[in-house]
Structures are given as structure tokens and as C-alpha cells.
Design a protein around this ligand. Sequence first.
Ligand code: COA
Ligand code: ZN
Length: 318
Amino acid sequence: MNAANIDVLVREVGLRDGLQMVAEFFPTDQKIAWIRAEAAAGVREIEVSSFVPPKLIPQFADAEAVVEAALQIGGLTVMALVPNLRGAERGLALGVHKLDFVMSVSRTHNLKNVRREREESLADLRRIVAARDAAAAAGGTRTQIAAGLSTALGCSYEGAIAVGDVCRYAAALAEAGVDEIMVADTVGYADPALVRKAFRAVLAEVGDVPVAAHFHDTRGTGLANVVAALDCGVRRFDASLAGLGGCPFAPGATGNIVMDDLCFMLDSMGLRTGVDLSRLLAVREILARQLPAAEMRGALARAGLPTGYQPAPQRVPA
Ligand code: COA
Ligand code: ZN
């Protein structure tokens, strides 16, 4: 975490998880405006794009330009998704701060999403770590490698996923030398009881490697799942402004937990995120303008801040 004065790191993933579902091209300058506005609102880490083949997801044909612009923003950790070594090479060439390597716990989803067996994904991850180490040794940026376990809490092809399988792959990621592990409920199947069980098991398995949670609110359990993960000690959460999100290769996948509502809940609980809620809400304008047909979710945006609301640091202890 790049700041001592926050309690929880909230990471914006809407530019990747959200836009990968949007067919119409979101102009590059507007992606950059969104990133700049969120950084100015106090968001410290943003997943800004995805190094996937432009033929597969044309929305990310401008990944290089977006990452380069984001890297100019002081104090912002810039992350980008990579599905394979080729994607990682594109990110390393730019000196991106963090790579988000994805693989799925569900064998079927891994085959559909990245067209390979899970063991092949792990082998590619080991090559990515080696490429990162070589780039760092050559005097470049030491890019962090975060590895995500998609469909860790349920899969729309396979149904329930065994916690033992999640632990096995989490251990393999830690063994490969990643800097962070994200446990993802890609299709929104989780509930707080499952979250407690799975996160306790994963945290016990991976030692010192930080574990982040990536929840989707498909069935209304998103913020309850955040509280369950907080109880386990998780302090890093992915979310997307207005709840944009989903996976094009997972049937029934819908939006991430709403960034604005997550920040409000954490702040209300006295957990500092560094984010100015009013400024964050104002960023929704950029999305509303560019994506007039998109469903913009968010309870805080609908209801407004409570009367007399004090942000977390100023609150007088009860
Ligand atoms: N960036 C740019 N181009 C890439 C690339 C990358 N990361 N990875 C592969 N390519 C290119 C190859 O060079 C090749 O180009 P060519 O046809 O001109 O020779 C072509 O894409 C196919 O490469 P191949 O290695 O055979 O890939 P594939 O067709 O087996 O697809 C993945 C594998 C991983 C690249 C693809 O399934 C993918 O990007 N999946 C991610 C999906 C996603 O974003 N899901 C949502 C997020 S979880
Ligand atoms: Zn997701």
C-alpha cells in the first residue's frame, strides 16, 4: 500500500472490468479524464486497461496510450490486466506499476477465458515473474505482479468451487513469487459465510502475500461480502464506479461492487480510504455522458450523503 494514512485500499477496476463489456469504443481522452478525475478524488490505485489482443477486445486497442498517460499522474499506482506473457511484455515495456495476471480456479472458465489449462497459465505466470525480474535487474521499474483467481467462489459453467482448489492455486501463485493475490467472485455467487471460509483458508495458505478481494454484486451480496472479508483481515478491495463490470467469457456476469457505495460504507465504519466522496460522485458524470445507455448503479448517488456527514478522519470517537 502506498500510503500510511489510509486503512483500506480501494482499487478502481471499471476501466478494465467495466469497459471490457462495453461494445462501443470509449474515447481514449475520456478514459484518461476518468482516471485523472478519480486520482484527484483520492483513489490511489486504478486498473486502467487490459493488454489483450485488440482483435479480441477492441475496447483496449489504446492500452499503451492509456497506461502511458496514467503513469504521468503523481501518487497513482497504475495496474493493467494481462492474460499471458505477451501481455506482460507490453506492460513491462512501459514500466507499468502493477500487472494483473488472470487465471481461473474453474477449469472450464480458464479454457473459455484464456484458452488454456490452468497448469499452462501457471507456467506462463512463472515466465512473467522471470521477465519482470530480468527487467528490474536491467535497471527498469520493479513492476509488481498481482495474480487474480477468477471464479474462485463459484462458476457459471461448473457451479460451486471447492475451497481446497482455491487454496491449491493460491499456494501455487505465492510459490511463483507474486506480490499480491486477488480472490475473485467473477459471477457473483458468494455469500458472507463462504467468503469467511474461503478467505480464512487462503490467508492461512499464502503467508505474507497480501490478499485482495474482487466482488461482483450480481445477487446483492457484494457489500456484505466486503464486511465478511474485512473481518478476515482483508484490506484491499476492487470496485467500479457506478458498478460497471462483468466478464465477456462468463455467462450471467454483471457489475462489480459500486466504488462510490464501497467508499461510503468503509468511511462510515471509520476506515479511511483517502477518497473524497463528493468528488468521487462527480466523476460519474464522465460515464453518464459517454455511456448514456449503461446502467449506472449506486445507492449513495441516488440518496446523497446523510445530513451532517463527517468523513472518517474528522469523526469524533464515540
Ligand atoms: N496482446 C496482444 N496480442 C496478443 C496477446 C496480447 N496479450 N496475446 C496474444 N496476442 C496475439 C498473438 O501474437 C497472435 O497474433 P497473430 O494472430 O497476429 O499471430 C494472436 O494474438 C493469437 O495468439 P495466441 O497466443 O494464439 O492467443 P489465443 O488466441 O490462444 O488467445 C489469449 C489467448 C490469452 C490471448 C486470449 O484468450 C485472451 O486475451 N483472453 C483474455 C480474455 C479477457 O480479457 N477476459 C476478461 C478478463 S478476466
Ligand atoms: Zn470482475
